[in-house]
Ligand binder design. Structure first.
Ligand SMILES: *[C@@H]1O[C@H](CO)[C@@H](O)[C@H](O)[C@H]1NC(C)=O
Ligand SMILES: *[C@@H]1O[C@H](CO)[C@@H](O)[C@H](O)[C@H]1NC(C)=O
Ligand SMILES: *[C@@H]1O[C@H](CO)[C@@H](O)[C@H](O)[C@H]1NC(C)=O
Ligand SMILES: *[C@@H]1O[C@H](CO)[C@@H](O)[C@H](O)[C@H]1NC(C)=O
Ligand SMILES: *[C@@H]1O[C@H](CO)[C@@H](O)[C@H](O)[C@H]1NC(C)=O
Ligand SMILES: *[C@@H]1O[C@H](CO)[C@@H](O)[C@H](O)[C@H]1NC(C)=O
Length: 562
């Protein structure tokens, strides 16, 4: 999040902004006092409904990219088939004329040759059809998957993109894969000393460079000791000598790098320089381009152009195929050209910041805020913590409508700042964890907060969550897990099940104590072992019948039933 361009520091700036009043928008809305109401446009289209069932057939590789070294692997070498049956006219949905059929016969081909096939139940997600990489050769150009499904006399078509890259050549320091079964990132250890690919849950902060990282080279070691896994340094990086030292220290500490090009992502010369400078870093986890490009109404094709350029420099084909690291960005608007900006990302983050705002009256600009007008610091928000879960759900729903739910992931940006402009206070440490858990329970596979340095209370609570994640990851990042999200009495739960083990991650959104009967979650704890692995104000009563949540408290519980 950056709002610098809207500061009004000088008389000249003021004169210019008065002259350009119509160009002063956020999320396409006029927000300055006296400016007219002009509908912003860019809304995500309403999805037409259908009277009869539709099949939205989809296919995608389980892992992106595969590498030459995976040739003899079978783990995760599969095509994922999704067969949602829906009454909404989402991407690639076609009428299912024999609704009594329970399954379809699927064939997946590459260049006219059969790669794999199988029978897949209807209304199924991520059904795995195994294949062998030995039938393909590693190359920069992504392969096109041609997927055909037949049931009765009906045929359905879908395409997908499969990247099978050579092993990272000299000059590329690492590869980050995406497990499209979960959306999680897979990487080797960040210290560059080798080790297997493993799921990573990125948790950390957008972190000041000048005046912070660049001044104190011991910060990385401290962050690592606090349990964080990723650092997202905030540009500009004026001193490249200092940048090199900071990145070395991050690697030494075993922290991954999220590399931010917010100021340069529309400048091909600068992007080329930066990607070529950074891509040899073994701890590079992913790239980051637009920082709220929707807020500033950047050109609608800017994020896609940047992503294609980055991938072409990072071992990919530059035409949509994967390179060695995924590309991310953050969107700030609730509903402004979502598809256009998200197209240029593998990971889209949301940064709804609802704490300490007035959602209806702009304390900065002295205007009302509506769907068409004004800026209150959280676009189209209510000013409650639910703004976060709502935003996560909306983004998730749009990915589904676009047929992107298997190929793009969503991360969350908890508010870690306040006492400035729209935000009249900092979140408390507990509220920080509420925001993070709401994100995770609604699908976030990374938590990167704006910004460090932050309040000590927030840092301490964020660290608690980070320290607990190694016990949550075997559930949250597990392709075998099943998942349910439940909200009851304004307590938000995520429930993951792997075999006979269950993870319950819960947070109270109320500012009062709430007691939830465990059996209301469909769980029985009397005969089993329960370990609490996170406590920011939650417990189980001695009789094991209730969860007790303190005001804005959170907790995680691992339940083993044998
Ligand atoms: C398909 O599955 C979804 C999610 O499990 C369910 O909500 C929906 O009712 C199912 N649709 C049909 C037509 O069975
Ligand atoms: C850049 O950073 C290095 C390493 O901290 C420092 O020695 C040097 O003085 C800095 N250069 C400038 C111009 O600040
Ligand atoms: C683009 O980046 C290059 C390299 O950093 C720089 O020299 C140039 O001035 C930039 N162009 C614009 C329009 O900012
Ligand atoms: C928002 O500001 C308006 C106008 O000053 C005020 O009437 C209202 O009470 C404020 N709402 C909140 C939640 O602070
Ligand atoms: C809030 O900001 C004001 C003005 O910048 C500052 O004087 C004050 O110390 C800050 N309060 C807190 C709690 O950070
Ligand atoms: C949760 O908070 C809401 C709004 O503050 C309140 O109306 C509701 O009664 C609370 N629920 C519980 C169970 O305390």
């Amino acid at each position: 999040m950056v709002r610098e361009r809207r500061n009004v520091p000088s008389l000249l700036g003021l004169v210019l902004s008065v002259l350009q009043v119509s160009a002063q928008t956020w999320c396409g809305k006029n927000y300055m006092f006296g400016s007219p109401v002009v509908p912003p446009g860019g809304q995500f289209p309403t999805v037409a409904t259908s009277e009869t069932p539709l099949l939205a057939f989809r296919c995608a590789p389980a892992i992106r990219p595969y590498l030459a070294e995976d040739a003899f692997s079978s783990d995760g070498v599969a095509i994922l088939i999704d067969t949602p049956v829906t009454f909404s006219n989402i991407a690639n949905a076609a009428p299912l004329r024999s609704p009594s059929s329970r399954s379809i016969s699927v064939t997946v081909s590459v260049d006219g040759k059969r790669l794999t096939s199988g029978i897949v139940p209807l209304n199924m997600t991520k059904n795995e059809l195994p294949f062998s990489l030995l039938s393909l050769k590693p190359q920069v150009q992504a392969y096109t998957l041609t997927c055909i499904a037949t049931t009765g006399r009906q045929t359905f078509h879908a395409t997908g993109s499969l990247s099978y890259l050579p092993n990272p050549p000299p000059g590329i320091g690492s590869a980050t894969k995406m497990d499209l079964r979960t959306g999680a990132l897979l990487a080797r250890p960040a210290d560059g000393k080798g080790g297997p690919y493993a799921p990573v849950f990125p948790i950390g902060f957008y972190t000041n460079f000048g005046g912070y990282l660049a001044e104190d080279f011991s910060i990385s070691a401290t962050l690592k000791a606090q349990g964080f896994t990723v650092v997202h340094p905030i540009p500009t990086f004026d001193n490249l000598t200092a940048l090199e030292i900071v990145l070395d220290k991050m690697q030494e500490a075993g922290l991954y790098l999220m590399y931010d090009m917010r100021w340069t992502y529309m400048n091909a010369t600068a992007v080329t320089e930066e990607v070529n400078r950074i891509k040899s870093r073994p701890n590079l986890l992913l790239w980051y381009t637009g920082d709220e490009p929707d807020g500033t109404s950047d050109p609608l094709d800017a994020t896609l152009k940047a992503s294609n350029l980055i991938q072409s420099l990072d071992g990919g084909d530059g035409q949509g195929g994967a390179g060695y690291h995924p590309v991310s960005l953050v969107l700030n608007c609730q509903d402004y050209y979502f598809s256009e900006y998200t197209r240029g990302s593998d990971i889209v983050m949301q940064d709804a910041y609802p704490i300490g705002i007035n959602a209806t009256f702009s304390t900065v600009w002295g205007t009302i805020c509506t769907k068409d007008y004004g800026d209150c610091g959280c676009d189209n928000c209510q000013g409650s913590l639910e703004d976060i879960s709502t935003r996560m759900d909306e983004f998730g729903e749009r990915l589904f409508v676009n047929g992107w739910e298997r190929t793009k992931a969503i991360w969350t940006v908890p508010q870690g700042f306040g006492n400035s402009s729209y935000w009249n206070r900092y979140p408390t440490g507990q509220e920080f964890v509420v925001q993070s858990i709401l994100g995770i329970n609604h699908g976030a596979l990374g938590v990167v907060s704006w910004n460090d340095p932050t309040a000590p209370d927030i840092k301490a609570s964020a660290s608690r969550l980070a320290m607990a994640l190694p016990q949550l990851n075997p559930f949250i990042l597990n392709p075998q897990a099943t998942f349910r999200q439940i909200t009851t009495s304004r307590v938000d739960f995520g429930v993951w099940q792997v075999g006979t083990d269950v993870l319950v991650l819960g947070t109270n959104i109320n500012y009062s104590t709430v007691v939830i009967r465990i059996r209301d979650l469909g769980l029985q704890l009397s005969q089993v072992s329960v370990a609490q692995v996170l406590d920011t104000g939650a417990s189980i009563d001695p009789g094991r019948e209730n969860f007790i949540f303190q005001p804005v408290g959170g907790g995680a519980f691992v339940i083993k039933t044998n």
